[in-house]
Ligand binder design. Structure first.
Ligand code: APR
Length: 239
């Protein structure tokens, strides 16, 4: 069985990472056009750097939750037949043990040099304009995909969707493309589709099945059920 799991901000909510469009979400406190576009970075780089520096620093105060851990357990079972495609820029999937994770919107703990193009693991602030360790230019930017920029790894995502038997969407409002269109691609290629989200989304009816509730319990129950139907080598830890 081949499984593609798409995750959004909702999977990290129970870890204390704010979502974007929920009450007290990031887009309530900030205007997208002020912090998440190349134009905003041109216009007011200090504000943009501060926004991502705060989120990068906040990563040191959060931990993966039961949903992240359950997906990591499932990957141990399925190996290369599973791919997690995440819209999230946090590293909670990897910290939970997932290895096959594609960050289509980039990563908070990475910086990109706009002078030489180098990508670097980065855990510090960028607002004080540190020099690029490779070219020395003070041209580092957050290695995230802003609105109007191309998402990452779409070739790999489309190839995985075209071969998937099961497509599962976890904790995303389905408001942002191209991620919101993945369910249609997966269905086109005959995959079974499942939505796991706190509440109904505009795309819920596109899925064969939709289950609503907190990701921590929904994902763990779904993985336990899936593994129970397979000789489980790995038991999902019970809280
Ligand atoms: N468990 C499951 N789902 C949850 C939980 C939870 N504990 N808490 C919130 N949710 C759901 C919400 O109901 C909502 O449908 O997660 C979804 C989060 O939606 P958004 O805030 O819109 O986040 P996301 O879908 O990831 O946004 C997509 O938009 O702003 C851009 O680049 C940003 O990657 C992001 C993209």
């Amino acid at each position: 069985m081949r499984v593609v799991v798409l995750t959004g901000a909702g999977i990290s909510a129970e870890s204390g990472v704010p979502t974007f469009r929920d009450a007290r979400g990031l887009w309530e406190g900030h205007r997208v056009e002020d912090v998440a576009s190349p134009e905003a970075f041109q216009r007011q780089p200090d504000l943009v750097h501060r926004f991502y520096d705060e989120r990068r620093a906040a990563l040191t105060r959060v931990q993966p939750n039961a949903a992240h851990r359950a997906l990591a357990c499932l990957e141990q079972q399925l190996g290369s037949r599973m791919l997690v495609v995440t819209q999230n820029i946090d590293d909670l999937h990897e910290r939970a043990g997932s290895r096959r994770v594609l960050h289509m919107h980039g990563k908070l703990r990475s910086a990109r040099c706009t002078a030489c193009g180098t990508r670097l693991d980065w855990r510090e602030d960028l607002a004080h304009r540190p020099a690029c360790p490779r070219c020395g230019e003070r041209a580092l930017r957050p290695d995230v995909v802003w609105f109007g920029e191309s998402t990452l790894g779409m070739g790999q995502v489309e190839s995985a969707l075209s071969r998937a038997d099961l497509f599962v969407s976890v904790g995303t409002s389905g408001m942002v493309y191209p991620a919101a269109g993945f369910v249609r691609i997966a269905r086109l290629f005959g995959a079974r589709t499942l939505e796991l989200n706190l509440e109904r989304t505009p795309g819920s009816e596109l899925f064969d099945e939709a289950r609503h509730g907190p990701a921590g319990s929904l994902v763990r129950a779904w993985v336990q059920d899936l593994l129970a139907r397979r000789p489980a080598e790995v038991e999902v830890t019970r809280e």
